[in-house]
Design a protein around this ligand. Structure first.
Ligand code: ACO
Length: 325
């Protein structure tokens, strides 16, 4: 009998410190950087974001989200046999945030690794976990997106620092005789590496290059809108479905205009799109599992419904996961 994977629990966590656009504008004004609630809302749809306290790391946020997902799946951490954490803001250069999370969950033994695909990280991680479950390499996976993007922002660059926030989302993915995940797609094209990157690195005990996020906003916008519509169509085709079969689109939460434009291309009404960007900002690899958990917990996403997850991010990377809840 064919082996599938199915999401059996979702969870998420946001750090307590919430900054509205007005709060952030006031903070930036101290350094003479001008921005406004009107500009941010009009260009991005973002009204607030959450920033972790300085001593809180990605694994701390991942731990809270994972606990919620495990409870929802009615499992203990000791039941898990695979941990993947998608993050671009790991606790350390190494070991991986996934092994740190494993230790904080109080378990040992199962494989645990990080996956770095920036804002597409959770899509990649879910696709890898699905493949491992299908082959029998794992049966109960914890798949997490966790970020402290506030650590890599240049608060003198108003074109980027207003866009991002911190948070974590997690799912438990279990082997099942019924799908579950219907189809996945992962893509990358490294020639676009320069339009969205953190170019610095650690070498000889020093940070070489700039350790803050750099982005060509209009170039990212144009590329994102194109690949998101294409990858949605191809993952649907792979599963033998069409846009009309989609109950919910849960896109990467970068910018409301990117989401609306993609939904329009797919002929999906705004009422079929889970949107959290207004309250969370862009939480990179955490944004899709955070939005999924919000949709599940507020009762919009129901068991048996068809959900299309899709993401795009630095690299450039992009991908989609089509699934039945
Ligand atoms: N407040 C006020 N003014 C600002 C701000 C700000 N926070 N940021 C930029 N401006 C100004 C610029 O200085 C510029 O002023 P000028 O015309 O006097 O030079 C003007 O606003 C327009 O700047 P643009 O960068 O051209 O603004 P644009 O309309 O392209 O919007 C934005 C910028 C929102 C970043 C847009 O390009 C975008 O959404 N791009 C997609 C990128 C994205 O969402 N990235 C998220 C990460 S990537 C990912 O997750 C896939």
């Amino acid at each position: 009998m064919r082996r599938f994977s199915r999401i059996t629990g979702t969870g998420s966590y946001l750090p307590p410190r919430r900054l509205t656009n007005a709060d952030l504008a006031a903070q930036l004004a101290v350094d003479g950087i001008e921005t406004s609630d009107e500009w941010i809302v009009e260009r991005t749809g973002i009204r607030a974001r959450y920033f972790a306290a300085p001593d809180v790391t990605a694994s701390d946020l991942a731990l809270e989200a994972s606990r919620h997902a495990l409870t929802a799946a009615d499992l203990q951490a000791s039941d898990i046999d695979l941990i993947i954490v998608a993050t671009s803001t790991p606790d350390m250069v190494f070991p991986s945030t996934a092994t740190i999370l494993q230790h904080k969950l109080g378990v040992a033994g199962c494989p645990a690794f990080d996956l770095q695909a920036v804002c597409s990280g959770f899509i990649y991680a879910l696709a890898v976990a699905d493949a491992m479950i299908q082959t029998g390499a794992a049966s109960k996976a914890l798949v997490v997106g966790a970020e402290v993007f506030s650590r890599i922002l240049d608060f003198k660059d108003r074109g980027t620092c207003v866009l991002f926030g911190d948070g974590a989302g997690a799912v438990v993915l279990e082997a099942s005789t019924t799908p579950g995940i219907l189809a996945t797609e992962m893509h990358a094209d490294g020639k676009h590496m320069g339009i969205l990157c953190v170019p610095g690195n650690v070498s000889g005990g020093k940070i070489l290059g700039d350790p803050t996020l750099k982005m060509d906003g209009p170039a990212v916008f144009k590329l994102a809108v194109g690949v998101l519509a294409d990858v949605a169509r191809s993952v649907l085709a792979k599963a033998g479905l069409t846009e009309a079969d989609v109950d919910w689109l849960v896109p990467h939460q970068a910018n409301i205009r990117i989401m609306q434009s993609t939904a329009k291309k797919l002929k999906l009404g705004d009422d079929k799109v889970i949107v959290t960007v207004h309250d969370h900002g862009n939480t990179s690899a955490a944004s899709i599992p955070l939005a999924l958990d919000v949709g599940v917990r507020d009762g919009r996403i129901q068991p048996g419904q068809t959900v299309l997850l899709e993401g795009v991010g630095g690299g450039f990377t992009w991908g989609a996961v089509l699934l039945k809840m």
